[in-house]
Design a protein around this ligand. Sequence first.
Ligand code: SAH
Length: 233
Amino acid sequence: MSWRADILTLFPAMFPGPLGESLAGRALENGTWSLKVTDMRDFGLGRHRAVDDTPFGGGAGMVLRPDVVDAAIGSVADERPLIFLTPRGKPLSQTRVRELAEGPGAILVCGRFEGIDQRVIEARGGEEISIGDYVLSGGELPALVLLDAVIRLLPGVMGHAESGVEESFSETLLEYPHYTRPALWDGRAVPEVLTQGNHAAIAAWRKAEAIAATQNRRPDLYAQYIATGAAAP
Ligand code: SAH
């Protein structure tokens, strides 16, 4: 059965966009996942199909109306998780990505302007997700980011079943560095252990590199790694 994505947006032409290419594009063509895009403008009010209004309490910008967004959600809602992309949301994690990939799909609501009236988020019991601590102009790129992360984990999308297992974040560690041919490039040799075919030594070297990179680059993740006891022999 296909993993079903629904997108609610004011800019339907942004989809599938990059997800029509490469692994995700092939998976879309062969039915591993499916995509339905709903233009929230179709649920706009009056002759001008208005979707937004000025914020209560004053301030710059416009806010998407709860009645309009609710009607758009009502046209697609089912048992799938309902997700609002917003910088106020919980940061997206590989753990949540993996859970979503194991489910039936997701309904993703893309904000624009100053965002969406909070009441419709509460009324619908939606989950708020952020893709990072910076502000984009709309939820479309965040929705594409979330979908890309999920789709590559769907069965059959990646070449090797394992290639999703060893990666960064799979056990709160960053991944080890990668090397390919030529073995000597620009005066730089590939780490010797990788060329000697000793698989146990390679695994040990990769683990040590992953730990060192995490400790140097992401002390926050390293602290988690130590706290979970994963570092214990
Ligand atoms: N005024 C809002 C930002 C609105 S940005 C605030 O300060 O919180 C407009 C829309 O872009 C948002 O409704 C949301 O859907 C999307 N967006 C922007 N940055 C995002 C991020 N980091 N993660 C997820 N969605 C984001």
